[in-house]
Design a protein around this ligand. Structure first.
Ligand SMILES: [Zn+2]
Length: 116
């Protein structure tokens, strides 16, 4: 079974996903680089020290996760440009259409992923 990856569709998916991630980061008060801009005022609800710190730590964790996601998306976008999109970084085989469709930022095939 050979199914070619629809690069155009992948690019659209990745762009949409990127927009979504960036807007989530903005919602959390961070910019694209993962830096907190301080634009979000957490307000009186977090006025007491402990809660504010816990909240901030949680936000930083979320931002970090989103930033990694953004990096994955950007990496996938450059792979499309380089023509290596959908190729396993570990064994060099095709990752497979289904997996790329399911997870457009995949960089390794299921076999290699399971081994790592
Ligand atoms: Zn592989």
């Amino acid at each position: 079974m050979t199914a070619t990856i629809d690069l155009e569709a992948a690019q659209i998916t990745l762009r949409e996903e990127r927009d979504r991630v960036v807007s989530q980061m903005v919602d959390l008060g961070a910019d694209e680089s993962g830096e907190l801009t301080g634009a979000v005022d957490y307000g009186d609800a977090f006025a007491d020290g402990g809660a504010a710190t816990a909240e901030r730590t949680e936000v930083l964790g979320l931002v970090e996760t989103l930033k990694q996601r953004l990096d994955d998306i950007d990496a996938a976008v450059s792979k499309i440009a380089e023509g290596t999109y959908g190729t396993c970084e570990v064994c060099g085989k095709d990752i497979g259409h289904d997996r790329m469709e399911f997870l457009p930022t995949s960089t390794s095939c299921v076999d290699c992923k399971n081994k790592s």
